[in-house]
Design a protein around this ligand. Structure first.
Ligand SMILES: [Mg+2]
Length: 433
C-alpha cells in the first residue's frame, strides 16, 4: 500500500447499517430505513430514501417521530453482530480483487489498485466498476469507490463518488492529475480526511473553505498550527503519499494478515498452522507500530467459484480483556477461534487473522500491560477464550462497538433485527411452492 506510485481505492459501503438491514428484508427495498444508536437515542444510519425524506444521521429520535411516521420509515436498533458479519464478507470479497487490503472502519477499506498513476484512465475506471459490481454481487451491499494516488485523495474521491448516482461512473470517482483541482474545489474543508471539526472552524475563520484552498497553504505554517497530522494531510492532497497520513492513535485501523492457500486445505491441523503464522505476522506489524489490539477476528473460506462444491465462509471475533501486543496471546486466541469456526469436509482456499481496535501504546502503557499479563490477566484471557463458544455473538458485538464493552448487557435495543447470518435460530426461512 505504501509503494510510491500505485493507486489506492477507498471502498465505502453506502449507508452501511441501513443496507445490512435491507439485505434480508426485500419488502424494504425502496423504503426509507433508519438505524438507531445504542439505547435507541438517535439516528446513526439512514438509507438514501430516508435521507431524501429528511432523516439524517445524528438527529435525535424523539424529534423525528412525525417525519418517520409520515414517510413510513422502517426503524431498527443497531445489530452489530449482523453488521460485523456482513463487513467480514465485504472484506473477503475485496480479497479476491486486490493484492492488499487495509480496513479502516466497519464499512470502509483501502485497497491497492493494480494500476499506477498515469495508467490508461479507462482501465482504471473499469477496475473501479469491477470492484463496485463484484462486492455488490457477492454481498448485496452497495459500495462507493474512490480512486487516487494517496489515501487522503482516495477518501475525497469516495465522497465525490457518492454524489455520482447514474451512468457508468455511478458511485465511482477517480482523482488524477487532470481533475485534481476542480475535484478538491468540490470538497468542503471539514470533509477532508484528517481535518477534524476544530481545525475546520479554525480554517474557515481564515477564509479556507475547500480542500483545494487548504492544499495551497504553506506546509510549514500548517505543521506549526495543525501538527504533523495536518501537514501530512496537506502533502497527501497534493499527491505526495505519506506513510501514516492519519493519526495512529485514532484506533480505527485494522491489521489484516490473510492469504490464499497454494492448494486446497482440509485439515484443522494445517489451518491452525496457517493461522499461527498469520497471527505472528500481524503481531509483528503491531509491534513495529508500537500499538496494541483490542480484538482479533479469524476468517475462513472455501473457493466460491469451484463448481460442484458447497461454499462455506465463517468468521469469529474475540475481545481481549485488555489490549494486547504479546504475540503468544494473539496466536492463542486466533487458534481458539479457528477451532470454533472450522467445519470438516470442506476444501478451504483462504484464511486470515484481523486485528482491530488498534491503539498506540507508549512505553509506560506497554510496561503496564506486561505487568498485568504477568499476573492474573493471562489466566483470565485463557478462560475467556474457552468461553467464546457460547458467547461469540456478544463478543463480536463488543469488538466492533468500541468503548461500550461494559455497557453491552444493559443496552436497550428494542427494535433489533434478527441475527440473520450468525445465529442459526435467526436464519431467514425460504419456502417454495
Ligand atoms: Mg459508509
Amino acid at each position: 500500500m505504501e509503494k510510491r506510485d500505485t493507486l489506492i481505492a477507498l471502498v465505502d459501503c453506502n449507508s452501511f447499517y441501513a443496507s445490512c438491514e435491507k439485505l434480508f428484508r426485500p419488502d424494504l427495498k425502496n423504503r426509507p430505513v433508519i438505524v438507531l444508536s445504542n439505547n435507541d437515542s438517535c439516528i446513526v444510519a439512514a438509507s438514501s430514501e430516508a435521507k431524501k425524506a429528511g432523516l439524517k444521521r445524528g438527529l435525535p429520535l424523539f424529534q423525528q417521530k412525525q417525519l418517520i411516521e409520515s414517510c413510513g420509515a422502517a426503524v431498527f436498533s443497531s445489530n452489530y453482530t449482523l453488521y460485523a458479519d456482513i463487513s467480514r464478507r465485504v472484506i473477503m470479497a475485496l480479497g479476491e480483487l486486490a493484492p492488499s487490503i487495509e480496513t479502516y472502519s466497519i464499512d470502509e477499506a483501502f485497497i491497492e489498485v493494480p494500476f499506477r498513476l498515469g495508467a490508461d484512465p479507462h482501465k482504471i475506471a473499469s477496475y473501479g466498476r469491477e470492484v463496485r459490481e463484484k462486492v455488490t454481487r457477492y454481498t448485496g451491499i452497495p459500495v462507493s469507490v474512490g480512486i487516487s494516488s494517496t489515501k487522503t485523495l482516495a477518501k475525497a474521491a469516495s465522497r465525490l463518488a457518492k454524489k455520482n448516482n447514474k451512468g457508468e461512473m455511478e458511485h465511482l470517482y477517480i482523482i488524477d492529475n487532470e481533475n485534481r483541482i476542480p475535484s478538491l474545489k468540490a470538497v468542503a474543508v471539514e470533509d477532508v480526511w484528517g481535518i477534524g471539526m476544530r481545525y475546520s472552524l479554525f480554517l474557515r475563520e481564515r477564509g479556507i473553505h475547500t480542500a483545494y484552498a487548504f492544499s495551497l497553504l504553506d506546509p510549514w505554517w500548517v505543521k506549526k498550527k495543525m501538527t504533523l497530522t495536518g501537514y501530512r494531510t496537506l502533502l497527501e492532497l497534493n499527491g505526495e503519499k505519506q506513510v501514516n497520513p492519519e493519526d495512529p492513535s485514532s484506533g480505527k485501523k485494522a491489521i489484516i494478515s490473510s492469504r490464499q492457500f497454494g492448494r486446497p486445505v482440509t485439515s484443522l491441523e494445517e489451518l491452525l498452522e496457517a493461522v499461527s503464522d498469520y497471527a505472528t505476522g500481524a503481531s509483528e506489524k503491531l509491534y513495529r507500530q508500537s500499538s496494541s489490539a483490542g480484538a482479533v477476528t479469524v476468517v475462513l473460506e472455501t473457493d466460491r467459484h469451484r463448481e460442484g462444491e458447497k461454499y462455506y465462509s465463517a468468521g469469529r471475533s474475540f475481545l481481549f480483556p485488555s489490549p494486547v501486543s504479546y504475540t503468544p496471546d494473539i496466536i492463542k486466541a486466533s487458534c481458539a477461534l479457528m477451532k470454533e469456526i472450522y467445519s470438516s469436509g470442506y476444501n478451504y482456499k483462504r484464511a486470515g487473522v484481523i486485528l482491530t481496535d488498534i491503539a498506540s501504546t507508549d512505553k509506560m502503557q506497554k510496561e503496564l500491560f506486561e505487568e498485568i499479563n504477568e499476573s492474573g490477566e493471562r489466566k483470565k484471557l485463557q478462560q475467556a477464550v474457552s468461553e467464546i463458544n457460547f458467547r461469540y455473538g456478544r463478543n463480536t458485538l463488543s469488538s466492533l462497538s468500541r468503548g461500550t464493552g461494559t455497557l453491552k448487557w444493559q443496552m436497550r435495543r428494542q427494535r433489533l433485527s434478527p441475527r440473520y447470518t450468525t445465529d442459526i435460530n435467526d436464519f431467514p426461512v425460504v419456502s417454495a411452492g
